[in-house]
Write a protein that binds this ligand. Structure first.
Ligand SMILES: C[S@@+](CC[C@H](N)C(=O)[O-])C[C@H]1O[C@@H](n2cnc3c(N)ncnc32)[C@H](O)[C@@H]1O
Length: 310
């Protein structure tokens, strides 16, 4: 995860101390870096980005208690938590990981990433989420003896529109939603969506007419959502009987939902099955896949296709 966005403190001297602190950190001098950040904070104590950076440096020094205090200070000064201090606190065991990921953090992360997203994911990480989902949906349709043709697809967390590119020959109309305005702009410019909205996917689903879609896709999106139960419930409402919900998740060998070092959630197969069990879904496909690499290693994941019961 990249360091948080640099936002000026409004004081040139504090900004310069911050720059020197980042240079010291890059040189591996964490003691000097922390010292310079404290100097910046003496000048600009309300500056959330410097508190966050101090938390990171203290965490790297193994000073867990001090790092927790610094991340708490960052979150107090940045209530929307665009910096992701809640995630750092959750990783340090000082916050509930299920509520740690703020919408402002996801929006900021992907606004920063949008311009280089397609290239970074495709070439850098070998990302194949949308293609894996097309194959899984086609297989689910084959098993059900039906054509892989859909009247209206919803693309949750559509990003730059890679899933619309993959599903374009399968869906007559595609509508998308994403928290990041910059991602939405790029997706809209591809001309593959009827509508693309900037917004939160659960709210978006809640505003959909009942039974108004026959395919809902979420490619590499639920890694940013801890509790999937309300999303599945809204999806069941938005899908017509026989409609499909298709998504990928990252997974792990333990129990429950885990917030990984990469600040993405991983869900187990058992969690998905239990969460869907109370809803009108039949699990058609739940298979191990990897949508992308981490370094040179495939990240363990699952592809799921569930059919809305009549
Ligand atoms: C890794 S990208 C994947 C984008 C696209 N689905 C694809 O396969 O290329 C994850 C996207 O999900 C969006 N996202 C994450 N959480 C979201 C939420 N709760 N509501 C709407 N969008 C969300 C992010 O803004 C980001 O664009």
């Amino acid at each position: 995860m990249a360091s948080p966005i640099f936002r000026s403190s409004g004081d040139l001297l504090a900004d310069r101390r911050y720059d020197y602190a980042m240079a010291s950190k890059d040189d591996g001098d964490l003691v000097a870096s922390a010292d310079l950040l404290r100097q910046a904070l003496d000048i600009a104590p309300a500056w959330a980005a410097a508190w966050f950076a101090l938390g990171e440096v203290e965490q790297a020094q193994g000073l867990t208690g001090q790092a927790i205090a610094a991340f708490r200070a960052a979150r107090e000064r940045d209530p929307a938590d665009a910096l992701g201090a809640g995630l750092m606190l959750a990783r340090l065991g000082a916050a509930d990981s299920a509520t740690a990921m703020s919408a402002a953090y996801v929006e900021t992360l992907f606004d920063q990433y949008a311009g280089r997203f397609d290239q970074a994911l495709r070439q850098g990480l070998g990302y194949r989420g949308p293609e894996i989902l097309v194959e899984a949906v086609a297989e689910a349709c084959r098993l059900g003896g039906r054509p892989a043709r859909f009247a209206r697809m919803l693309d949750l967390g559509c990003g730059t529109g890679l899933a619309a590119e993959a599903f374009r020959s399968h869906a007559a109309a595609i509508d998308g939603v994403d928290l990041s305005r910059k991602m939405v702009e790029i997706a809209a410019a591809k001309g593959l969506y009827g509508t693309v909205e900037a917004g939160e996917l659960q709210d978006y689903l809640g505003r959909q007419p009942a039974a108004g879609a026959d395919l809902i896709v979420a490619a590499d999106v639920f890694v940013y959502c801890a509790d999937l139960a309300p999303i599945f419930a809204e999806s069941a409402r938005a899908l017509r009987p026989g409609g499909l919900l298709a998504f990928t998740v990252e997974t792990h060998g333990g129990e429950g939902i885990v917030l990984g070092a990469g600040l993405r959630y991983a869900h187990t197969q058992a969690y998905l099955r239990e969460t869907m069990a109370g809803l009108p879904f039949d699990l058609v496909i739940c298979a191990e896949v990897s949508t992308r690499l981490e370094g040179t290693l495939p990240v363990p994941g699952l592809v799921v296709v569930a059919e809305r019961r009549a």
